[in-house]
Design a protein around this ligand. Structure first.
Ligand SMILES: Cc1ncc(C[n+]2csc(CCOP(=O)(O)OP(=O)(O)O)c2C)c(N)n1
Ligand code: SF4
Ligand SMILES: [Mg+2]
Length: 269
């Protein structure tokens, strides 16, 4: 067999995978098994594929993904806890030709920022929202979030979430889907290659909807928090499939590209 030099193999035309251009070389701080890293990569791939690196503005939250601005080489604003939709509103209105997205955890979006997200979506702001629902406050040590499942143990519900004491988990995505200003609502995950592909498609659609000016796009990613859940990465995925997907089923909740007027009519009837 003829000798093959490594340089003959490592060639542009033989490349089957490469890191998205938009992802920086900074080492991510996320725990092993955390969904944030995969979600970041998908946002970066969409920005690469659409060739919009120089006209994308991300609004990062407070939470484990507060440092998202270190990992994606685009313009960023960092919002106070829960206030990303308000900041995104301002950025998009001032720079309507830019693609503006928020990236928010469930504590950020569904708890302290519940008012901001509902009003921004109800106004139909022309932005994309990426909602990382891991059912816990990951960054601050695993406290209960509005999205924590009934019976789920967290630092502040050590015996499991009790409906009597803590009420029911909030399906904020279902609430948002009812708002006439919202064009597209979907719930996805990133636990398998197939799920990753679907989520990427959803994020791309969310970004492309900004060109169509049809209202807010809202993409929930049901996610793992291996550290907060105190499970290994593999067990976290299994636990998510078994418990999270039952309460937060995957799929599209709304795709009203053609139905915006119709949905408003139904709303006022
Ligand atoms: C105004 C304000 N209130 C509370 C906090 C404390 N805090 C920081 S992150 C966080 C929760 C983060 O949870 P989540 O948004 O679900 O993100 P995750 O870390 O799970 O990705 C809280 C309560 C804060 N930084 N600012
Ligand atoms: S604490 Fe949870 S959400 Fe935060 S980086 Fe670790 S696994 Fe991810
Ligand atoms: Mg969280």
């Amino acid at each position: 067999m003829a000798d093959i030099d490594i340089k003959d193999i490592i060639k542009e035309e033989n490349l089957i995978y490469t890191k998205p251009k938009v992802i920086t070389d900074t080492v991510m701080h996320y725990c092993p098994g955390c969904s944030h890293g995969v979600a970041h990569k998908l946002v970066a791939e969409v920005i690469d594929d659409m060739d919009i690196q120089d006209k994308t503005i991300g609004i990062s939250p407070v939470g484990c993904s507060v440092l998202a601005y270190n990992y994606l080489d685009i313009d960023w604003q960092q919002a106070a806890h829960g206030r990303a939709p308000a900041l995104a509103t301002a950025a998009k209105r001032l720079m309507p030709n830019h693609y503006v997205f928020t990236y928010q955890g469930d504590g950020d979006l569904a708890s302290i920022g519940a008012a901001e997200i509902l009003h921004a979506c109800n106004r139909g702001e022309n932005i994309t929202v990426i909602f990382i629902n891991n059912a816990i406050y990951g960054m601050t040590g695993g406290q209960m979030a509005p999205t924590t499942l009934v019976g789920m143990k967290t630092a502040t519900s050590p015996y499991g979430r009790s409906t009597e004491l803590n009420g029911y988990p909030l399906k904020i995505t279902e609430l948002i889907a009812q708002l006439p200003g919202v064009a597209y609502v979907t719930r996805q995950s990133v636990h398998t290659p197939a799920a990753v592909r679907k989520t990427k498609k959803a994020i791309r659609k969310g970004f492309e909807n900004q060109d169509k000016k049809i209202g807010t796009s809202f993409i929930e990613i049901v996610s793992t928090c291996s550290s907060g859940w105190k499970l290994s990465p593999v067990k976290s995925n299994e636990w998510m499939e078994e418990h999270m997907f039952k309460f937060y089923p995957l799929g599209d909740l709304k795709d009203s590209e053609k139905e915006s007027e119709e949905s408003y009519k139904k709303y006022i009837e």
